[in-house]
Design a binder for this molecule. Structure first.
Ligand SMILES: CCCCCC/C=C\CC(=O)SCCNC(=O)CCNC(=O)[C@H](O)C(C)(C)COP(=O)(O)OP(=O)(O)OC[C@H]1O[C@@H](n2cnc3c(N)ncnc32)[C@H](O)[C@@H]1OP(=O)(O)O
Length: 283
């Protein structure tokens, strides 16, 4: 009942769905709520590769707050693009960055992770494109991952000469375990969809975006006969210690991030990585 009335505040987009943007103008994140199921599709739409900048993260954070308030029945996180789910952090947020902006940026990333990782309703990452580093982190924050075949996913930070923070690592360890995570993180491994499925990094493989989306929807049916309260509380208990480890150390984590990226060798490495990206193409 409450869900219906809360959702009825949301503007109607087209038959059966309601579209919502926290700022009133759809920009980098578009949220559509299915009228029948109450399931929200959160579409990342920052061309060309959904790299995570301050503006996208701020919108995503506020969308997640609204979904929490409106008691969404579930979230499917996907990309507008069939090529890239998210290219991870926008390297320009770390390269030659100003302190004020980078502070806001990192705080927004922390906020998004805390909200998504701890979201009360079921969450699915519909990984319809490549998902390196921060893109992988978003997918890891969800409860279930469906990934389109012949894409890649992983925390490749060491390849950029940087160290993934503890909460990135914990998000991976909680899914594939310590041994697999250690090998993956230290080598900066990008897994193909097929490899990711084999080690349990993703739960299902899909033929294409449409198939991934319909498989994502299927996930919610698992909870048909489960008390939403029991489900949400169980998820909260399981995830609490991982979330609290960051919540209690946000300031320290922020300082570490800023100190690290300011290092001369890190800046040099990021500059070179940016250049290499501009020269190469992924099929
Ligand atoms: C040190 C303290 C702790 C730090 C902890 C956190 C650190 C890092 C987490 C991160 O997320 S770092 C980002 C890591 N991301 C990557 O390594 C991915 C890089 N991108 C790619 O591999 C490919 O772009 C792609 C995602 C596989 C897509 O390939 P595609 O062929 O479709 O597109 P491209 O032609 O390569 O790219 C288009 C366009 O976008 C630019 N670009 C790509 N990724 C980024 C990015 N992450 N940030 C900024 N810009 C990016 C790329 O250079 C192209 O630009 P133009 O040449 O068109 O100008």
């Amino acid at each position: 009942m409450f869900l219906r009335s809360a959702l009825s505040l949301w503007p109607l987009a087209r038959n059966g769905t309601r579209s919502y943007s926290s700022t009133g103008v759809t920009k980098l994140v578009a949220v559509t709520v299915d009228d029948q199921t109450g399931i929200a599709t959160v579409n990342l739409q920052r061309p060309p590769v959904n790299s995570l900048n301050l503006e996208l993260l701020t919108e995503l954070s506020s969308s997640l707050t609204d979904l929490e308030k409106n008691k969404s029945r579930g979230i499917i996180l996907k990309s507008y693009s069939d090529a890239v789910f998210s290219a991870g952090i926008d390297i320009l947020e770390m390269y030659k960055c100003e302190e004020e902006r980078v502070t806001l940026f990192w705080s927004a990333l922390q906020e998004v992770w805390i909200k998504l990782y701890g979201h009360f309703a079921p969450t699915v990452a519909c990984i319809n494109g490549h998902a390196p580093a921060g893109g992988c982190l978003l997918a890891l924050s969800c409860e279930y991952r469906v990934m389109v075949k012949e894409k890649t996913i992983g925390l490749n930070e060491t390849k950029l000469g940087i160290v993934a923070p503890q909460w990135f690592i914990a998000s991976l360890v909680n899914i594939i375990g310590q041994r697999q995570s250690e090998v993956a993180l230290t080598t900066g491994k990008m897994f193909t969809t097929e490899e990711a499925l084999r080690i349990g990094l993703v739960d299902e493989m899909a033929e294409n975006t449409e198939d991934a989306f319909s498989k994502s929807l299927e996930f919610f049916k698992k909870f048909k006969n489960i008390s939403p309260f029991a489900r949400a509380q169980t998820k909260a208990f399981i995830r609490e210690s991982t979330i609290q480890a960051l919540v209690k150390n946000r300031e320290k984590d922020l300082k570490m991030f800023i100190n690290e990226i300011r290092k001369e060798n890190v800046q040099k490495g990021l500059g070179q990585y940016l250049e290499s990206l501009k020269k190469r193409k992924v099929s």
